[in-house]
Design a protein around this ligand. Structure first.
Ligand SMILES: [Zn+2]
Ligand SMILES: [Zn+2]
Length: 308
């Protein structure tokens, strides 16, 4: 299927965007150049009504990110522009970073359950990584003048392979750990009472499902651990609730295709998203075309709000 829309787009309002000149206007212009009919801005947002934001999300409030509504030019070159959000789901303590009240300001909500690179915020460290972090922190504190706060700030965002030299025990079965976490977090998200309220208001989809951000080299091995009946159960629930499943440029691997095929067979509807953080990478949306083609995904398999 020709990719005619992209409902997962960041711009400069997401602090992880490498392109500080990525304005709404530039994104819209690029969408028009690419022939896209509908786009949705989905900057990272933690609704300030919900407690528990980390340092990054304290800056990405709903009020801050909704300024984009005043930045969309009157002439959108024929592109239909929606304003949504990519919020956060912290599976480790079942916290959803968006309230139903906040969702009223959005056209669409993307929820990731797989931002596992945010260690000890989204997912608890597996024991060997926690030990490596503690080991490195101890070494930093042994340097005169380094404070506890400085050591914590240094160590907290690190992940493999940066932590590898500080492992004190083998990393063990990380693929299995990730598989268990992502199955649990997907399921607990679908059971979250606030999600059920939001679903009565706006369309919701899962961003990059079962793609462990920061650990992508483990993705295929991890997916192979999750058997068909588990995916059938999870995607059956998503379909019953009307929660969409995102297809993005990273879906082109065998285990990922097996998973998406099950989602389709269980009746899930899909969204298309490049997850571009700059207009320069928006062409990536076309990398979804071989995936939709091989899976036989057509317009009727997309969430209705994607259709212009
Ligand atoms: Zn994401
Ligand atoms: Zn994103």
């Amino acid at each position: 299927m020709k990719a005619f829309c992209d409902v997962h787009l960041h711009n400069y309002l997401s602090s992880c965007s490498p392109d500080r000149t990525a304005t709404a206007e530039k994104t819209i212009l690029k969408a028009a150049e690419l022939g896209l009919k509908r786009i949705c801005f989905t900057n990272h947002i933690w609704d300030e009504r919900v407690s528990g934001a980390n340092g990054m999300y304290r800056k990405h409030t709903l009020a801050f990110c909704m300024q984009i509504k005043t930045q969309i030019p009157a002439d959108t070159h024929g592109v239909h522009v929606l304003v949504g959000a990519e919020t956060e789901y912290c599976g480790r303590n079942k916290t959803l970073g968006m309230s139903a009240e906040g969702a009223r300001e959005l056209d669409f909500l993307l929820i990731p359950h797989s931002h596992v690179h945010m260690a000890n915020f989204v997912m608890d460290d597996p024991a060997p990584l926690a030990a490596a972090r503690a080991n490195l922190k101890e070494k930093l504190l042994a340097i005169p003048g380094i404070t506890e706060a400085q050591a914590n700030a240094w160590v907290s965002p690190l992940r493999l392979p940066a932590l590898e030299p500080f492992l004190t025990e083998p990393i063990g079965d990380l693929a299995g750990y990730l598989a268990r976490f992502l199955v649990d977090s997907f399921e607990s998200l679908l059971e979250h009472p606030e999600l059920h309220k939001i679903l009565k208001l706006i369309p919701v989809a899962i961003a990059h499902p079962f793609q462990p951000v920061g650990y992508t080299k483990y993705t295929e091995e991890m997916l192979a651990r999750i058997e068909d009946p588990i995916f059938q159960r999870l995607f059956g629930k998503a379909a019953d609730l009307g929660v969409g499943i995102e297809i993005n440029p990273c879906c082109n691997a065998p285990q990922m295709l097996r998973m998406l095929k099950i989602a389709k067979d269980r009746g899930c509807l899909f969204t298309l998203g490049s997850d571009a953080h700059s207009p320069d990478t928006m062409e990536d949306i076309f990398k979804t075309e071989p995936v939709t083609k091989i899976l036989g995904i057509e317009e009727k398999h997309l969430m209705p709000f994607l259709i212009p």
